[in-house]
Design a protein around this ligand. Structure first.
Ligand code: ADP
Ligand code: MG
Length: 567
């Protein structure tokens, strides 16, 4: 080998490796799932590139991954003939983590192995999981379409650094040689490997092959059974999961497939698999993760669906198929109507894309609505992870405003806890006779909302108020003024629409205003420019005073937001 160099891992990779080897022991076998998943991704990428340049196949278009063991050497090798990596790509992909927000993520780890390994699962460890079972990993790779002398060999013991060298490699693709730790020799057992492959990798799109020894010619019951040759045999079904019909797929298969497409380590919360025929023809398999990814609030967080056209992988993270406020949805769409040579640019203004986006958005909203009606506990889990993202919906997606509003959950004066679990339809069901508005308050915290003097009159009248205190709530409510034909009204606004004062009460109020005029004038003078008006009101029962905003003006909460944003 030539041009051998030693490189240090990016700090975060070194940290990750330490965590991987010290805390992911409970479920070691998943290293194989991760490496096979990468091989399948490499096959998908090659198939896509070869659409426009078939010579990349170099006469070998049967894409597969092969497992082989060397008992003497104590190694397990995972070899694919996918897209491969150049020397630079190996350095970039195996030595650094490209996800934005990674440094912050690692800065926030606690140092407590148990807690951190939970977080790590969310982050996804992928290739580095090899070091759970191996104390030395050698990656030999050659990219499709480059000279056989331009291969790369990457070697690391999983500590602080790795070496790269340029090598000659005839076969295209990547070979990963795991030098198994002394106590991990179970992974040299072919039965064990087969079992793991069928458990985790049955439905990735390429065969995972293992060598089947031949048998010599033999006699059995007076018959001669001819010799068989050794051959590679698939240990998995290798059918793309989404092409099967629902009845053929088990929940476990859906879950494992999720881990492959979403690069997540945890089971998904929910999924929906649909084959649509007619005007548009497509299959979609959409998943809601159980946990929010660490970078969900990062502006350049990568998201979107995997796009396939007629079963050929086209691209990852195609964000055109769902709106921003559904960016937590994972999965894939396989279209029969898009051209195979579709690019990101072409997707942008494409009629098919737009129709798919509309249909997939409805699909996700429908699946969440169903969950909300059928499984409170699961819905609460969804809401606690993704509720604040969904709240961007009414501002972004006018057409589906009502459907999104149905999915919202809030804390409420009807409950004695800060848990956000009251929906607008549930509120409406409980409305008082004659009540035609939905009341809410936005404050800095749940406690501030709950104890606000603005609630006093409504409390007295037994009217429920939704209590909001998330940063985004003010923004949300400025785009959500009506639901099911009923106005949503902030209790801090001027007119509450509760003007059912009797003539007597009105007379009393006027009398009081007259009596207290000197006081009102003094307050007005003291506060000067800061206020518009000081009034006697029936709004309060226990507190002496409260601040109210005019119907047309910005709410006090919105003013705070604007000030915080420096405006
Ligand atoms: P992820 O799969 O989520 O991108 P991984 O840690 O599993 O993260 O892999 C890191 C990167 O290394 C991949 O994105 C890919 O670019 C590269 N890589 C890993 N395995 C292979 C392989 N078998 N063939 C080609 N590239 C690979
Ligand atoms: Mg991976």
């Amino acid at each position: 080998s030539v041009q051998q160099e030693t490189h240090g891992f990016q700090t975060e990779v070194a940290q990750l490796l330490k965590l991987v080897t010290h805390s992911l022991y409970s479920n070691k076998e998943i290293f194989l799932r991760e490496l096979v998943s990468n091989a399948a991704d490499a096959a998908d990428k090659l198939r896509y590139k070869a659409l426009s340049d078939p010579s990349l196949y170099e006469g070998d278009g049967e894409l597969r991954v092969r497992l082989s063991v060397d008992r003497e050497a104590g190694t397990l090798t995972i070899a694919d003939n996918g897209i491969g990596m150049t020397r630079d790509e190996a350095i970039e992909h195996l030595g650094t983590i490209a996800k934005s927000g990674t440094a912050d993520f690692f800065a926030n780890l606690s140092g407590d192995a148990a807690k951190d390994s939970q977080l790590i699962g969310q982050f996804g460890v992928g290739f580095y999981s090899a070091f759970i079972v191996a104390d030395k990993v050698v990656v030999r790779s050659r990219a499709a379409g480059v000279d056989t002398t331009a291969g790369v060999e990457w070697t690391s013991g999983g500590e602080g650094d790795y070496t790269v060298a340029t090598i000659e490699k005839t076969g295209r693709g990547t070979e990963i040689i795991l030098h198994l730790r002394e106590e991990e020799k179970e992974f040299l057992d072919e039965w064990r490997l087969k079992q793991i492959v069928s458990k985790y990798s049955d439905h990735i799109s390429i065969p995972v092959e293992m060598w089947q020894e031949g048998t010599p010619e033999r006699e059995e019951g007076g018959e001669t059974i001819p010799a068989t040759e050794g051959q590679w045999q698939a240990a998995n079904k290798a059918t793309a999961l989404w092409t099967l019909s629902k009845s053929e797929i088990s929940d476990d298969e859906y879950k494992e497939f999720y881990k492959h497409v979403a690069h997540d380590w945890e089971d998904p919360l929910l999924w929906s698999h649909n084959k649509v025929e007619g005007k548009q023809e497509y299959t979609s398999l959409l998943y809601i993760p159980a946990k929010a990814p660490f970078d969900m609030w990062n502006r350049d967080n990568k998201h979107g669906l995997k796009l396939y056209v007629q079963r050929v992988f086209i691209m990852d993270e195609a964000e055109q198929f769902l709106p921003q406020y559904l960016r937590f949805v994972k999965g894939l769409v396989d279209s029969n109507d898009l051209p195979l040579n579709v690019s990101r640019e072409l997707l942008q203004d494409n009629k098919v894309t737009q129709a798919l986006r509309g249909a997939l958005t409805k699909r996700v909203l429908g699946m969440l609505d169903k969950l909300g009606r059928n499984d409170d506990a699961k819905y609460q889990q969804f809401w606690s992870q993704f509720g604040n993202v969904l709240k961007e919906g009414p501002a972004e997606d006018f057409a589906n405003k009502e459907a999104i509003a149905k999915l919202l959950r809030f804390a409420s004066t009807a409950n004695d806890s800060s848990v956000a679990n009251v929906s607008l339809p549930a509120y409406i069901e409980r409305m008082k006779e004659g009540q035609d508005k939905i009341y809410y308050i936005v404050a800095d915290s749940y406690a501030a909302a709950k104890n606000s003097p603005h609630l006093e009159l409504l409390k007295k009248k037994g009217i429920e108020v939704l209590l909001m205190s998330d940063r985004i709530d003010e923004w949300l409510m400025s785009h959500l003024t009506e639901f099911d034909g009923k106005a949503l009204v902030s209790v801090t606004r001027g007119d509450l629409g509760l003007d059912d004062l009797s003539d007597e009460e009105k007379a009393e109020q006027e009398k009081q205003a007259e009596e207290h005029k000197p006081l009102l004038d003094r307050v007005k003078e003291a506060l000067g420019e800061k206020i518009k008006e000081v009034k006697v009101s029936q709004r309060l029962t226990d507190s002496p005073a409260c601040i109210v905003t005019d119907e047309q003006d910005m709410s006090s909460q919105m003013i705070k937001l604007m000030q915080a944003a420096g405006q």
